[in-house]
Design a protein around this ligand. Sequence first.
Ligand code: SF4
Length: 440
Amino acid sequence: MSVSVLSPVSVDVTLQSLLKPKDGSAPAKGAACNSRLADGPWVFDEMPAGYGPGASENDVIPADTPHQGVLPQEYRTASTEELDLRIRAAKAALGERVVLMGHFYQRDEVIQYADFVGDSFQLAQAAKTRPEAEAIVFCGVHFMAETADMLSGKEQAVILPNLAAGCSMADMADLDSVVECWEQLEDIYGTGPNAEGKVPVIPVTYMNSSAALKGFCGEHGGIVCTSSNAAKVLEWAFERAERVLFFPDQHLGRNTAKKMGVPLAQMPTWNPYKPLGGNTAERLQDAKVLLWHGFCSVHKRFSVGQIEQARREFPGVRVIVHPECPMEVVDAADESGSTDYIVKAIAAAPAGTTFAIGTEVNLVTRLAGQYPQHHIFCLDPVICPCSTMYRIHPGYLAWVLEALEKGVVLNQIKVSEDVAVPARVALERMLALKPAAAAR
Ligand code: SF4
């Protein structure tokens, strides 16, 4: 985890220059996945139909997804310079009363104000080091703010500057569908332990899931994992169960279990819209890992073709991708690992290394600015940030900080205790594991 510097050319600045050229020339075609990425995200708060421009724009948004109200006009029309002055003034006035968390995938224009920068779990852990802060402003997405709320002090308020900053992957597994799946699995497998004392199935949820699903895992003998410790968590689960139900990200589950030697034939995908998840009872009997049909639309964009292209153009390039990428991409890359792994690999590399990175473009661009001794680029030539991270903008940050200064808590994310208690059980099980080596 680190405190970041603004990269020389942030993704936002690049998008503005490509999509809204100041000289009046036509926007660059094909440079970004949606030309509206150069707009203020508040334009999309008033259109509750989708996740907004970016990688998740074509994903189906659940009806109960939180929506952001109208951001007051003064924050929508303020210049970059004015917002900068207002954010710095509010932060200075609040002092130790507030701590600001910035996820690796967040835009640089927000990250520059963060006290801590890291992945979701690092940030939730970091929040615990600031018990004196009355408020934790979480510049990430909804499930991250929930986790921070569950791991922080009872009196601390966790604030998500834009309520529309959800996560389309997390939204792909809802509690009702998982409960329905679980009941079908109990009908097939029963509930009692086998001769070795192993239960038929254990639920494992990726950190990128709702608090409700973490609670489900806590109540059903299950556990949470991150992309750094997924293998260690699966080992833990296989010591206790014949199989694992892994949600919501099929790719992290498949890539991790495959490296551990689980055959693909024993990893059926569970489609919540089909009876038995689209499987036969026989196939499920033989299963070792049941993979929920979820995915990250940011990481699904990376392809084997992009890796081949990078190798053609830059012989000797080191290709590192995130394990949320599809299996063929992970197999074709030189390495795969969590954001933390990617950051550390770049920091440790000899000067002059060329890296092609398969993860969210804001992190890749920032790393390119922080490590000018290397050549670092995003595998995807089309700029397509995470739709929901994009929803946080300095305008929302100024809005929540200035309200806090006046003693008003806006956009608080609060997990009810009936959910938080079992969810903490699943998180504590993960924390009790020895730290795993970074993936591969
Ligand atoms: S990058 Fe993917 S998993 Fe992460 S918040 Fe965005 S949609 Fe969710």
